[in-house]
Design a protein around this ligand. Structure first.
Ligand SMILES: Nc1ncnc2c1ncn2[C@@H]1O[C@H](COP(=O)(O)OP(=O)(O)OP(=O)(O)O)[C@@H](O)[C@H]1O
Length: 635
């Protein structure tokens, strides 16, 4: 019994590989399943058909063959395999050598059928969506593909490799090539489980009843719908989140499509690459066949429950589906534009028209693509601009941050310097105080010194004044003494005169000598000195026998050189006395002159008395003595 509803949901229960394993399936028939778990309520689900032990070929013939027939009639068709990792999705879509998957079954059936239509064209592309990136599995040189949209084709992948399949071998070749390139990754559930969404797209175009039919068939092996936290590695976590993003978006779209109250609402197909690509298949003019795959081991109860709930919800999706028809453009030049392999599709005009229409469509699509690409470039450029602005802003913020950090550092430094300055000021103040006290001390000391010297100066001044007055006194005394001396001198002169008269007239003692003392001040030449000759009493006079006696009274310094003079040649000439005094170097010039004068007078006086006295002078400790030795002439 064939099902023609636009959204069909089937369940495929993977058989227990180990018969000893416990199954969570309580009841199972063609349309109903009840699952059970200890401590949980039994859950019942209904599907269009439930498969348990059937193989791929049986499933195809039971539910897909008639859908492919509808596809050939021009209805867009999508087949989705949904379920957690290891539930049998890949097995269902691609199968194995013994049990070819539904993709092969569908394509093989399709090419066989289209062979009956010589103008039909079956083009197959095989892509995978991995981490929200579209990779071409038939042309690995293509790095990343972009989904485009135009009014003619709806959603399509720009630049994707399309391979024409005309027979079973070509179909196998295409599927094997795609599967080889498919990225596989390890998960905790299955060693070789698929980490990507594999999408086979079949573009069919053929003419039937003056119409060109261009339906699209999608066969999708979805990635595992397990939870992200079950992923092992960080990279796999990223993969998991992207896989889930697509599946969540798919779930969201299906939920909205199944909700009758949310009719005519915006469906967020653009939330993921998968939903965007399947936009027409899910909500548009498409028949969708969902095959939910589940295991039946009890350990996966929650995941199985999720799959069942999710897929059963999809059964609520209702829609009207129309044929995908392109009207034929009649063109007189169409034959010239036919492809070289046209012979494969017979040479009739209708076949040529299909090719012409296709070429026309291709050209139109190219123009559309150009604008799409242009728009994308502009979008990218504006994105780049926005990013550049963001980078600049970030840099500015960074710069600001750096400046702020610098400011903080400077402020900190300032605080430290301020503290140092305060300390320095404190020290300075202390030093200033110390200096001040020292200065005060010094000033006091200086003052006391000044006072001391002032006092001293005053004392000295007083002393000087005293001395001056003393000096004046002594000067006066000196003057009076001089007068006395002058008087005495006169007296002495007269006494001498008398004595000489008496001595030379009587006999005299030849050894007798009596000194005449002569005092003089050598320091003050202002004071006039006068020689005075004093006569001492005979008994008091020191007596000198001869010159040797005198010499003995002399100091060692005084003894020479005068002694030689005294000792050898007695001075007879009064004139010589002067020079003798000079030689003795003990009296001033004035004094000596004075003395010479006196002595000259004396000599003259003596000469006049026929006396030739031997005269000598002796200097003893600053006092000048003049010894006049009276000697009688030996001859
Ligand atoms: N109905 C089935 N009959 C027999 N073996 C099956 C069936 N379903 C799945 N298997 C086997 O179970 C294993 C896992 O299945 P499969 O790879 O199809 O899971 P999957 O859901 O595609 O996992 P993934 O999401 O990781 O790709 C495979 O070895 C497959 O041959």
């Amino acid at each position: 019994m064939s099902n023609n509803t636009p959204f069909q949901v089937y369940l495929r229960v993977k058989p227990l590989l180990d018969n000893n394993q416990d199954s969570l399936i309580q009841e199972l028939d063609e349309k109903r399943i009840v699952i059970t778990k200890q401590g949980r309520n039994n859950k019942e689900f209904h599907f269009d058909r439930i498969f348990n032990n059937e193989n791929n070929a049986q499933i195809f013939s039971e539910i897909l063959q008639h859908n492919i027939n509808y596809f050939l009639e021009g209805y867009n068709t999508t087949i989705l395999a949904y379920g957690i990792t290891g539930s049998g999705k890949t097995h269902t879509i691609f199968g194995n050598e013994k049990d070819e998957g539904l993709a092969f079954q569908c394509l093989n059936y399709l090419v066989e059928k289209t062979n009956a239509y010589p103008n039909a064209l079956v083009e197959v592309s095989f892509i995978e969506i991995y981490n929200e990136t579209i990779r071409d599995l038939l042309n690995t040189n293509q790095k990343s593909l972009v989904i485009m949209q135009d009014s003619q084709r709806g959603q399509y992948i720009s630049g994707v490799q399309q391979m024409v399949c005309k027979n079973c071998e070509e179909v196998k070749e295409v599927l094997n090539l795609g599967n080889q390139n498919r990225s596989l990754a390890q998960t905790i559930y299955n060693v070789s489980s698929s980490r990507s969404h594999a999408v086979i797209q079949v573009n069919l175009s053929y003419k039937i009843d003056n119409q060109i039919l261009t339906p699209k068939l999608f066969i999708v092996d979805l990635a595992g719908s397990e939870k992200v936290y079950l992923e092992q590695k960080s990279k796999n976590q990223q993969e998991g989140s992207n896989i889930n993003k697509s599946l969540l978006a798919l779930s969201h779209c299906l939920t909205m499509l199944s909700d009758k109250t949310k009719k005519n609402q915006h469906i967020p197909y653009r939330n993921s690459k998968l939903t965007r690509l399947l936009q027409d298949s899910l909500g548009g003019n498409t028949k969708t066949i969902m095959i939910a795959c589940v295991q039946q081991n009890k350990q996966s109860y929650d995941e199985i429950l999720n799959t069942l709930t999710y897929s059963q919800r999809a059964t609520q999706i209702k829609r009207q589906v129309q044929k995908e028809v392109t009207s034929i453009q009649q063109n007189s030049k169409s034959e010239d534009l036919s492809p070289t392999n046209e012979s494969q599709h017979s040479g009739d005009t209708s076949s040529k028209s299909i090719y012409l229409t296709k070429i026309y469509n291709d050209i139109y699509q190219n123009v559309e693509e150009y604008y799409e690409i242009n728009n994308s470039i502009m979008e990218i450029q504006s994105q780049i601009q926005a990013n550049s602005l963001k980078i600049e802003e970030t840099q500015e913020t960074k710069q600001e941050d750096e400046n702020y950090m610098k400011l903080l550092a400077a402020q900190k430094e300032n605080q430290i310097i301020e503290k140092q300055l305060q300390n320095a000021l404190k020290t300075n103040l202390q030093q200033k105080n110390i200096l001040k006290s020292l200065l005060l001390q010094i000033t006091e000391e200086q003052q006391s010194t000044i006072n001391y010297w002032k006092q001293r100066f005053a004392d000295l001044s007083k002393q000087i004044l005293d001395m001056k007055s003393d000096q004046e006194k002594s000067q006066q005394e000196l003057v009076s003494k001089d007068l006395i001396i002058a008087q005495q001198k006169t007296i002495i002169e007269s006494i001498k005169l008398q004595k000489n008269q008496s001595q030379y007239t009587t006999s005299g003692d030849s050894d007798q000598s009596y000194p005449i003392s002569f005092s003089s001040s050598t320091n003050n030449s202002q004071i006039k000195k006068k020689a005075s000759i004093t006569q001492q009493p005979a008994e008091d006079r020191p007596r000198f026998a001869n010159i040797s006696h005198i010499k003995q009274r002399l100091s060692p310094r005084e003894r020479s050189p005068a002694s030689s003079i005294f000792g050898t040649s007695p001075v007879r000439s009064p004139l010589k006395h002067h020079s003798i005094y000079r030689n003795l170097n003990s009296i001033s010039k004035d004094d000596s002159r004075e003395l010479s004068k006196d002595l000259s007078n004396l000599s003259i006086h003596k000469k006049s008395r026929v006396v030739d006295p031997q005269v000598t002078t002796i200097n003893l400790y600053g006092t000048t003595y003049i010894n006049v030795i009276d000697q009688k002439e030996n001859n």
